[in-house]
Design a protein around this ligand. Structure first.
Ligand SMILES: [Fe+2]
Length: 359
């Protein structure tokens, strides 16, 4: 295999191995949510009270936070439920931690090597943004981690007929004035490049955002900061509820979003509702969609794009603390739906005018 370690990817990151969701207990509604999303429980560690949920290449590790000496306990105490660790799959863990520290990363755990009947398992950790840890993992592809029991059949599983494939991106919210610092962190420590910048001004939802990523999109992280510290903006609302920086949303890639979102809605997952006026404007925007607009409206999906291509997306309500999920299908377009802020804003306003709420 050709090495992934290069100037563009100095740590040799292959992708996101898994995300840790810290919850108050394993019987949290989050578990039910993962089932409704079509995940299946594929491994567990009864001693640590953790359960692994898998779908396609997406792995969410649900962690109970009762152990007072654990990072999970501290995370829930200080922030409530949310993503407490991002675990990156790396080619060579020893190289990754050594290079990360040389490049300015703050070590939390030096290289740890564990042997198991499945092979050698290596981890190391540095501090990430806020209280979110960044882990490097080098492991056999077929085995999650030592101490975990693999589960074959999960009777509670409700697979989707069009499943999600991978994590498209992972958006972080940070306080006003900190975006630059964390963009620099990902650039310096990880060698990520900035690929997009946007400054969105709504009436209530001003935000600035920069996207950092690896060249092939193995990891994509948009970082948002609110426009005003004390305003009632969407980003500030998250920071107040979460008591500081955190993962705001996780976008999951779909191969057939029309089917996936229809099924999720049937299962009771709540998505953003979009006024009819939004769909009236689609033909006037700068991209053309293959789907029937009536079908997009029927599924209540958003679209955004440019001359090259477009994406289809929608966002759920907040489900784990202030964290929400995005479902996204890309059709030759690498944006994040920036155009929808303005489009939705205009559509809602015209809808209000129609209903006599605004003049
Ligand atoms: Fe997103």
């Amino acid at each position: 295999m050709r090495s992934k370690i290069s100037e563009e990817n100095p740590l040799g990151i292959l992708g996101i191995d898994h995300l840790e969701f810290t919850c108050s207990s394993l019987e949290t509604p989050t578990k039910e949510l993962f089932y409704k999303f079509g995940f299946q429980k594929t491994a567990q560690n009864k001693e640590l009270n953790t359960e692994l949920f898998t779908q396609g290449q997406v792995r969410f590790l649900l962690i109970d936070s009762k152990d007072e000496n654990s990072q999970a306990y501290k995370y829930v105490r200080d922030h409530g439920e949310g993503v407490s660790k991002i675990s990156f799959l790396v080619e060579d863990c020893e190289h990754a931690i050594k290079t990360a520290v040389e490049r300015g990363g703050e070590m939390v755990q030096n290289l740890k090597v564990e042997e198991s009947e499945h092979g050698v398992y290596k981890t190391a950790m540095i501090k990430g943004f806020g209280d979110v840890l960044n882990e490097f993992v080098e492991r056999p592809r077929t085995f999650f981690r030592p101490g975990y029991e693999a589960l074959e059949n999960d009777e509670s599983a409700q697979p989707l007929s069009a499943r999600v494939a991978r994590i498209d991106h992972l958006t972080n919210n940070v306080p006003k004035g900190e975006m630059r610092k964390w963009v620099d962190f990902y650039k310096q420590v990880y060698g990520f490049k900035v690929t997009r910048y946007f400054d969105i001004k709504g009436v209530k939802t001003g935000l600035q955002s920069e996207v950092v990523q690896l060249p092939l999109g193995e990891v994509i992280i948009p970082i948002n900061e609110p426009e005003e510290e004390n305003g009632k903006s969407q980003i500030q609302g998250f920071l107040d509820l979460h008591n500081g920086s955190g993962v705001q949303h996780i976008a999951l890639t779909c191969g057939d979003i029309l089917t996936t979102v229809k099924e999720l809605r049937e299962r009771g997952i709540k998505f953003l509702d979009i006024p009819h006026t939004y769909y009236e404007d689609i033909p006037k925007r700068e991209f053309t969609v293959e789907e029937e607009i009536s079908e997009l409206e029927d599924r209540q999906l958003l679209v955004d794009g440019d001359e090259e291509g477009y994406l289809i997306q929608n966002f759920t309500e907040t489900y784990v603390g202030p964290l929400f999920f995005e479902f996204i299908q890309r059709k030759k377009h690498n944006g994040f739906g920036e155009g929808n802020f303005q489009a939705l804003f205009d559509a809602i306003e015209r809808d209000q005018v129609k209903r006599g709420y605004l003049e």
